[in-house]
Design a protein around this ligand. Sequence first.
Ligand code: SF4
Ligand code: SF4
Length: 425
Amino acid sequence: MLVVMFGGPFVKIQGNPLLMLDVVERKVSVLGVIFWPQDNLIFALGFLLFLTGIAVFTAAFGRLWCGWTCPQTVMMEMVFRKIEYFIEGDSTAQRQLARDPWTAEKIRKKALKHFIFLGLSFIIGNTLLAYIIGIDALKGIITDNPRHHLVGLAFMGIFTLVFYGIFARFREQACTFICPYGRFQSTLLDENTIVVAYDYKRGEKRQRFRRSENFRQRSEGGAGDCIDCFKCVTVCPTGIDIRNGTQMECVNCTACIDACDDVMTRIGRPRGLIRFASLNGIEKGERLRVTPRIIGYCVILALLGIALLTLLLTRSEVDTTLLRAPGALFEQTAEGKISNLYLLKLTNKTHYEKPVELKLEDIEGSLTILGGQLTLPAEKQTSASVLIEIPADKLSSSATPVVVGVYSSGKKIERIKTTFIGPRK
Ligand code: SF4
Ligand code: SF4
């Protein structure tokens, strides 16, 4: 995942980024295909599909995303915490170091850690910037005269400080206080959802382990397998006690599972006192079931997927808007024709240049693109003024609907409807 995250901006497909969310130029690149604001229906359906996908996934597997694939967790667990452990030692050593007075050794460790954290935050901030403006624009900011890129450099600084704040101080509080997914996931879970769970039937009643007694004697005395060692609480990055049941703060990182399995192995009891299980799994021994709720979500997911695929396959290559020039009225020519002025906006969504031509359809008259023939540059928006002239006797009313065909290399690629204003009839 780290390779994908950091390598993503360098990968291009047909000259376009694998993924880029360019809010400045208002375009998005997904798998090398550029999407424009005109593709709003595709965006809306894609977003709905994403939300439904999360709902299905969460209903079945709980907060698995948070613990295993969320970039925040991956960076925290695989990079920042590893560095912290390497410099300051394990959690016990870290707590001791925090209590120790400020000696030269403590200053050296803290300074080294925060220097590395700041450097990494700078790299992460730049990577995020590359996903927003593209790797080429980022290279421009880095190599060009800084005075020409003050806004870009300011964002570099802001992103660096934000990531430093998150990874050095805020950490899992981002998951519990800021992340909206963490907030609404509790509404998606039910008793069949797989979550990190403590097997209270096996673990209770908790009782400290005494070397003088064996487990048969313990269970005869009413004690369960939990020896109340608090290892699962100590390792929890969000500071909860999973033995109190599923909680919103749990990010499914499974650190408590590993800690408890280690304890169980050492005391000679079966592993899995804390494990991935559903409430029904623990209470009734049920395996993961496909519930009507999950089936319902899947049906919606499939329908949305089909709709999105249809939209993507039938997506037009050129998007055209033709609007009457603001404030312009009709004009009457000496030959008895009425003319209207329009503003034409064209978006070429393809990777290649496209010559276009406009024709007035279903009505007698002429259409002229002011400034000559139009050739649309690849993946760019172009505008031009258009003059339409129609003989006065061909107009049906003071606002006659007209149709304009958009052609490229002789092939009709779009049909646009507009209104032609004329004298009152
Ligand atoms: S690590 Fe296991 S045995 Fe220790 S307190 Fe947690 S659940 Fe009980
Ligand atoms: S340690 Fe256990 S309880 Fe804490 S967040 Fe990770 S999975 Fe959840």
